[in-house]
Ligand binder design. Structure first.
Ligand code: ATP
Ligand code: MG
Length: 362
């Protein structure tokens, strides 16, 4: 995947700016709060159809304006594609691919792949389960259309169940229908997550050994409502999910709250058998986060035969010199867009430098 250029019109602090990228390394630099991360957010929008920073599209529109317009030319699947996103106040976003409106905005997902690595990703190991789930969900959604649909259906069913449980008298027939739906969706979602964690783990093992000079063995495990899943047997897993829903049925109705479902699951990391979240040093946790991200990049390559565009948002300063050069050595075959406040650090990369000042590319 290669981003050729992006045009940001009334998007965040950009009035109307076209930014051209090199197919290899790009360094976007400038002082704080000038609009560097906003460019990465704009690019990210074309991969997931939504922002990585906010659920509220209106926040993306430049203050005082009514409509934001983003156009991006990229190469994906060996084809040149022009995509456009229009965000209007009080309206649904509209997406065009090669000037043709898409039926569903989610049709964009999978056409253009990115791997975003920002400061918040560095904390992915020590933060709560939702950050780890979200990261995995984004990865699988980019690769498997079905998964994205399962997640959307699941989210809707959870919303309906939440609303139903709030009623004074809970209609048991509707609840049973919703639970059956959630059980079968949980099964599909967990199956994908388990499969992809295994794939990530396989790649991460090699990277972790390399980065630790053969000292550290990493394991990544899926931790569900019914414990860590070591192997995936369809019938057994179905049975376990069902049992969990049944054993929590009365409690959920009584306390009017949902206690069960794959929206509460987690991903756990172990180094030499020890849980990284509980026992890892802060540096070790950051290294594992880095390993996870590099593994994602390679996994995308394995799955689709193309590297994603790597968006590195101000993370180099979080890494020591050794890790910085390691990451650079690992990602030299793909397009990289780095943001930083000091471009000097990347002088040896032969990068295209883009200076950003108050929403202008200089
Ligand atoms: N909807 C909006 N309209 C206008 N300006 C906005 C909007 N949303 C954010 N901004 C402005 O964008 C700027 C922040 O941009 P961004 O996050 O890209 O900064 P940055 O260059 O990455 O800074 P840092 O180095 O601190 O990470 C802020 O000045 C903020 O006020
Ligand atoms: Mg920033």
């Amino acid at each position: 995947m290669i981003v050729k250029n992006i045009n940001l019109k009334n998007f965040r602090n950009y009035e109307n700016e076209k930014i051209e990228f090199s197919p290899s390394v790009n360094v976007i630099y400038g002082k704080n709060a000038q609009g560097k991360t906003n460019i990465l957010e704009g690019i990210y929008l074309f991969s997931m159809g939504k922002s990585n920073r906010t659920y509220h599209d209106e926040e993306l529109i430049k203050f005082g304006e009514n409509e934001a317009n983003l156009k991006m030319d990229f190469i994906g699947g060996k084809r040149e594609i022009s995509a456009e996103i229009i965000i209007k106040k009080n309206n649904k976003k509209r997406v065009f691919i090669n000037e043709i409106p898409v039926k569903k905005n989610s049709d964009l997902v999978g056409k253009f792949n990115v791997c975003y690595f920002g400061p918040e990703c560095m904390n992915i190991i020590k933060s709560g389960p939702s950050a780890r789930r979200k990261n995995l969900d984004i990865l699988i959604s980019q690769l498997r259309k079905n998964y994205f649909s399962y997640l959307s259906e699941y989210k809707k069913a959870i919303e309906s169940k939440t609303a139903l449980l709030k009623n004074e008298i809970v209609d048991k027939i509707t609840l049973d229908i919703l639970n059956d739906k959630l059980i079968s969706l949980c099964f599909e979602i967990i199956k994908y997550r388990f499969l992809y964690i295994k794939k990530i783990e396989e790649i991460a093992k090699k990277i972790q050994l390399e980065i630790s000079k053969e000292k550290e063995n990493i394991e990544i495990k899926y931790s569900s409502n019914f414990g860590i899943i070591e192997e995936f047997d369809d019938e057994k897993i179905k049975q376990k999910i069902k049992e969990k829903f049944e054993s929590n049925y009365k409690k959920e109705v009584f306390l009017k709250e949902i206690f069960i479902g794959c929206h509460r699951d987690d991903i756990e990391y172990f180094i030499n058998g020890k849980n990284v979240k509980t026992f890892g040093s802060s540096g070790q946790q950051k290294t594992v986060a880095l390993v996870q991200k590099i593994a994602e990049v390679y996994l995308i390559y394995e799955e689709i035969g193309e590297y994603p565009v790597l968006l590195l948002d101000d993370i180099m300063s979080e890494l020591d010199e050794e890790r910085q050069s390691y990451i650079i050595s690992k990602i030299k075959d793909m397009q990289i867009i780095i943001t930083c406040t000091d471009a000097e650090k990347f002088k040896n990369l032969d990068a295209k430098e883009i200076k950003i000042q108050e929403g202008r590319a200089l």
